[in-house]
Design a protein around this ligand. Structure first.
Ligand code: ATP
Length: 304
């Protein structure tokens, strides 16, 4: 769906994006994670042909960008750096203007399409108010409604939950999940780890312009080869597992062991009560910390 090779953008002194090889596959819920200033927005803007790359290649929906961006954009819904809208007009009128530039169709169909889009983002009841009086969250929703109007194959969203309260974030996440289940590929950026972890199937981590990590969330969070054991018989378990307990905290023991099942059999066989047993998984936070530490070393040690 999206492939970039060695994608780089340099402003006068700042290299905002460096050698990025992004791979977004059909059906992905891809999360681009990185702190403010790490280059997410610049990368997304290049994908949409809004900014030209200094070096590298971009393919979106199989076509080269920016060369074929006119053929690409009608199939893409985008929300980048706050939705643009006329502040004195209502949300509905703003969408109607946008839609007028789109595929067209009968007037009644267009009205229905706009009504549906407003409904889906939770703005159906307040569409008479001018957009100038909208909160940031409402503007985000309107931007999303605009992105949905095209019924896109691909949605590209830069920090889509900016300005939304927890309930709004939840609603947008549910909406995106629903669209994804119906076949829309979603690429979104966020500086919030929890948001990416809750929604995405695939994760890319940006750090100072580089894509330092890119993989399926499930693979990143693969089991560590340790098992978390909860038992009221901590001393006995400790003695029995002699040397394999790496950490002990109250009733919880971290045991070096691949298969909880075998471990359980061993413990129960020896009369140790087991109240909980699960393979330990790395949190996304741990994965990101490891990846960005490595990369800072490289950035500091490597060429500018
Ligand atoms: P944020 O979430 O704050 O938007 P980001 O990860 O999206 O952060 P970018 O906005 O892409 O990061 O910025 C990456 C770097 O490029 C920053 O150092 C920024 O100052 C710089 N930059 C971005 N746009 C320009 C520009 N038009 N001119 C000069 N420098 C720029």
């Amino acid at each position: 769906m999206i492939v970039t090779r060695d994608l780089t953008k340099t402003y006068r002194r700042v290299t905002a994006v460096r050698g990025v090889g992004l791979q977004v596959r059909e059906g992905d819920r891809y999360g681009l994670l990185g702190p403010n200033g790490s280059g997410k927005t610049t990368l997304i803007r290049m994908l949409l042909g809004l900014v030209y790359a200094t070096r590298g290649e971009i393919e979106v929906l199989g076509l080269p960008v920016p060369e074929r961006v006119r053929d690409v954009l009608p199939q893409v819904g985008a929300l980048v750096e706050g939705p643009g809208a006329y502040p004195h007009l209502s949300g509905r009128t703003n969408l109607a203007l946008l839609d007028a530039a789109g595929p067209g169709g009968a007037r009644r169909d267009r009205r229905r399409r706009i009504g549906e889009a407003l409904e889906r983002v939770g703005l159906a009841g307040i569409d008479r108010r001018p957009v100038g009086a909208y909160s940031l969250g409402m503007r985000q929703r309107l931007g999303l409604a605009a992105a949905l109007l095209r019924r896109p194959r691909l949605l590209v969203l830069d920090e889509p939950t900016n300005g939304l309260d927890p309930r709004g974030i939840r609603e947008i996440r549910d909406l995106l999940t629903e669209l994804n289940a119906a076949g829309t590929t979603v690429l979104l950026s966020s500086h919030l780890l929890a948001e990416i972890e809750a929604f995405c199937t695939r994760v890319g981590v940006m750090d100072r312009g580089r894509l330092v990590l890119q993989d399926e969330l499930a693979a990143l969070r693969a089991p560590t080869g340790r098992v978390l054991l909860d038992t009221p018989d901590g001393d006995r378990a400790y003695a029995l597992l002699n040397g394999r307990v790496e950490h002990r905290d109250g009733q919880r023991l971290t045991v070096r062991h691949d298969t909880p099942h075998d471990l359980n059999a061993q413990l129960v066989g020896a009369g140790v009560r087991v109240t909980g047993l699960a393979p330990e998984q790395r949190s996304l936070e741990q994965v990101v910390m490891d990846a960005t530490t490595t990369s800072s070393d490289r950035v500091e040690g490597g060429p500018a």
